[in-house]
Design a protein around this ligand. Structure first.
Ligand code: IPM
Ligand code: MN
Length: 377
């Protein structure tokens, strides 16, 4: 426990990032009312829009704060036309750069449908998915796989002739993310909605890819240490349909980087859309939390987007800090926030446009902040 409080480095970033982060900080401030705040959150500039203005993705102060901070809260990065000379997105330093640089090896994406949240799936056999069907965490490898910066173009005489992206799977990378998934299943207080069984699903393409065959081997080796947890394999293509047809079967799933990127956006549909999807980029000594929806340029500056993904990211951040520093104060604040979020959603939902409502981003934030104040510290 840190008496002096935890340092949170905040990167609002691009597009709607600053709007949702503003609401996240509003809710954090509401949690801290009536006592000395056990954290201090400092915003730093950076991202694609910042790059267009300044020629820099971020400032040395921000980079240093990211290294030093106890946790990082990120809004969103990416802006049309903001591209680095090498073709990468401007703002990469804040997302992919920090994942690599701080070794944030597990991308942890909870997918839970809360009562009061609507989604856009309609089924023929069952009317709609209900909250009791959707409650899983997808753990995505976050530092290698197809995202390994081992890629390039062969230009002969000016024209591009060959392009290569190399998919790298290492024992270290596979083992630690798989172990993370099993530890999560062990410590999570509930199993799959279908049967209450604690289960880890390895999502891969081992029928074709050697890296996935190796990922499976490591999964089997690590999984043996967790005898009480059910293990299973799913080919990623088949998994996409089972995920939608039978989400209640899933508890924790683990996947390599690119496959994890794709299946977590699909899973977000089950939890009400990207407006609710939060992710933690977790390492041993550092962690960064973010709404997964991105900068949504079309909605930027309109005070319209759903800030709940950011609230869930804040909750995840508080929980991670609480565990890492054995600090019950933060665990209590995370519980308060979750209770407030569940309460607001159950009574009227998020209310924002993506949920068919007319509430603004700031109104949604006000409702959550008020709900937080109503729950004793
Ligand atoms: C995500 C995003 C990022 C990714 C982008 C912004 C680089 O899609 O966090 O899922 O591909 O990992
Ligand atoms: Mn993604």
């Amino acid at each position: 426990m840190k008496e002096a409080g935890y340092e949170i480095a905040v990167f609002p970033g691009d597009g709607t990032g600053p709007e949702v982060v503003r609401e996240g900080l509003k809710v954090l401030a509401a949690l801290a009312e009536g006592g000395p705040a056990p954290w201090h959150a400092t915003p730093y500039p950076g991202g694609g829009q910042y790059y267009l203005q300044s020629g820099r993705e971020w400032e040395p102060e921000g980079a240093a704060a990211a290294q030093r901070a106890d946790a990082i809260l990120l809004g969103a990065v990416g802006w049309p036309g903001a591209t680095l000379p090498n073709g990468d997105i401007a703002g990469r330093a804040l997302v992919l750069g920090l994942r690599e640089g701080l070794d944030l090896y597990a991308n942890v994406r909870p997918c839970r449908l809360y009562p009061g949240v609507k989604h856009r799936i309609s089924g023929a056999f069952r009317e709609v998915w209900s909250p009791q069907h959707v409650d899983m965490v997808i753990v995505r490898e976050n530092t290698e796989g197809l995202y390994t910066p081992a890629r390039g173009r062969l230009r002969r005489g000016g024209d591009t002739e060959v392009v290569i992206d190399t998919r790298v799977i290492t024992r270290k990378g596979a083992e630690r993310v798989i172990r993370y998934a099993f530890e999560l299943a062990r410590h999570r207080n509930r199993g799959a909605p279908e049967d209450g069984v604690k289960r880890v699903t390895c999502v891969d393409k081992a029928n074709v890819l050697e890296g996935c065959r190796f990922f499976r081997e490591v999964f089997e080796q690590v999984g043996k240490e967790y005898a009480e947890i059910d293990r299973e394999f799913a080919y990623v293509d088949a998994f996409t349909q089972w995920l939608v047809r039978n989400p209640e079967h899933y508890n924790v799933a683990v996947a390599t980087n690119m496959m994890g990127d794709i299946i977590t956006d699909l899973a977000a549909v089950l939890q009400g859309g990207m407006g609710f999807a939060a992710g933690g980029n977790v390492g041993t000594d550092h962690a960064m939390f973010e709404p997964v929806h991105g900068s949504a340029p079309k909605y930027a500056g309109k005070n319209q987007v759903n800030p709940f993904a950011t609230f869930f990211a804040v909750e995840q951040m508080l929980r991670w800090l609480a565990t890492r520093h054995s600090d019950a104060r933060l665990g209590r604040q995370a519980d308060r926030l979750e209770q407030a979020l569940a309460g607001v959603l159950a009574h009227g939902g998020a209310g924002t446009y993506d949920q068919g409502g007319t509430a603004t981003t700031s109104e949604a934030g006000d409702r959550v902040a008020a709900a937080v104040r109503g729950i004793p510290a």
